[in-house]
Design a protein around this ligand. Sequence first.
Ligand SMILES: Nc1ncnc2c1ncn2[C@@H]1O[C@H](COP(=O)(O)OP(=O)(O)O)[C@@H](O)[C@H]1O
Ligand SMILES: [Mg+2]
Length: 604
Amino acid sequence: MLRRNIGKSKVSNKKQNAQQPALPKSLWKFYFKYAVPGSWGALICYAVAFLAARSGSVLFPYCERWFIAIFEQPVPAGVNFVQFALPTILLIVGVNLFLSISAVLRGMFHARWSPQISNRSSVILNDYVHSQSMSFWTGRMAGQVNSQINYITNGFHAVQDFWRIFASLAFMTVSVGLIFQINMYVAIIFAIVFVLRAAYSWALIKPMSKASKDASSISSKLSGKIVDSISNFSVVKLFAGASREREHLEPVRNQHIAARVWSFFVQRLFWGVPLVVWDICYGATLLFCVYLYMNGQITVSEIVFTVSIYFSTMNTISSIVDSIPDMTERISSASKAYAELVVPIAVQDAPDAATLNVTCGEIEFRNVSFKYKRKWVLQNFNLKIKCGERVGLVGASGAGKTTLVNLLMRFYEPNKGQILIDGQDIKTITQDSLRENIAFIPQDPTMFNRTLRENIAYGKPGASDKEIRAAAKRAAADEFIMGTDKKYDSMVGDRGIKLSGGQRQRVAIARAFLKNAPILVLDEATSALDSETEVAIQKSFDELANGRTTIAIAHRLSTLRNMNKIVVMKDGHIIEQGSHNSLIKKRGEYARLWKMQSGGFLQE
Ligand SMILES: Nc1ncnc2c1ncn2[C@@H]1O[C@H](COP(=O)(O)OP(=O)(O)O)[C@@H](O)[C@H]1O
Ligand SMILES: [Mg+2]
């Protein structure tokens, strides 16, 4: 028989997960502290190549100017025209090569940093949400959390837009300066248009950012609701609820459409109006150039340069204007998602938390009071469970049984009182070490959509096939597993949907066998089993509980026959406790429940 030495409990001190560091409050601090390090080189090279490629907005007009100037200048005697033109043409080719190579390098450096930085953000945020406490999850939908992570991950790409805007503004200033050298009045026309443009954009940035924030928030909400609806497909089928689902989603969908339409509208307004103004100013500039030429104040090559600068500046401005909505949308979606996601972790390890050292597995609830929100679920609850003792928890639904084990697992923290394991307050030890010492089998265990082998092995990373099979045999799971197509390599489906409730529980029990923790907690773990299977694995349970401190919550009292002590709870209080026989003799609540159930399948 399986005998294990509890004294040497198997908490692996070596791989103690250091507690997830508290993430900074500011999104940009998060990016620069956690996502960027390791990619600084690529990011800086990208920024330089970007600037070089952008210089085209000034260098291209120069190339045109130089080329036209060839025809304006007198060719020195004795030099043929091709020879005269060649140096200028070579210069122009050189400039173009420089710009093209810069553009290629910019793309290559981008390819280097972009996926890496996204991936780092994603890894950190995934770790972070896994380090969040239970209360974080009860208030959220998985789909929503996923889309928030995506928003934050994508948010960093706003630096590209930022850099594009910075570079464009810089070269635009240079352009105005160059035009100024040719003619002051043309430069003034340019400058006025830029300033108006900037003022207009500035005025619209706030409403635009609000509109896109609203749109992305409602979009996360919609995506959460859709995932919720899709993942409950079986309920929808069962109740022929497809049209009800559609109706349920409709209000959010309508809000989503309205928010998107408004956001697009504001964006179009943002770049549409200035285009019209530009067209008029273009006409004015051309007219002005003709006037200057008539008065001999401007040459043809200068006119070509001016018009070319005008166009490249117009493109630059368009690219800025296109970037601003993208940038504000990215940043505002990311910062909103970040604020919603990165909230203080309710249950944290103490800074000097030690690892739990289980010597024999004594558990004590000492004056524990707890409420989820307003209503007290437990008040001054006291219970002592001796080393290796098996305690059954019984009580009507809502009595607080699950809450009690949630507190023991430290999914929540008691408002008052202490919970001690072998004299160590669980508040003072690391959560990882606590949970490594407790095998917990919930009522409705969920599975990863991975193979049966991987799901069982989750109880003990690196377990050998032999160990996995032995654990499955003890949990009476081997037989059904060998009956599946690919045996231990069969996939279990999304959250284990390809398995029956009883099969899922047997996999969870196998996992617990493999985990081999000194404390065992079963929360209605056999409720989904049929009577026959239950009898079959009752033995496995007894074996699993052997030598371990065990807390078993059960509706079916038959499963608690072998408990040393039965605790009867009502409204968060203990109303009776004792052995099965003594409680029957007492003719109290337990005896009443027993009488109600003893017509069942169990034989005394
Ligand atoms: N996450 C939660 N948030 C708020 N109230 C909860 C939560 N979980 C349980 N409760 C409430 O706490 C009480 C005890 O629940 P629970 O411990 O699950 O009872 P039991 O397991 O004995 O059926 C119930 O009134 C229940 O509605
Ligand atoms: Mg419960």
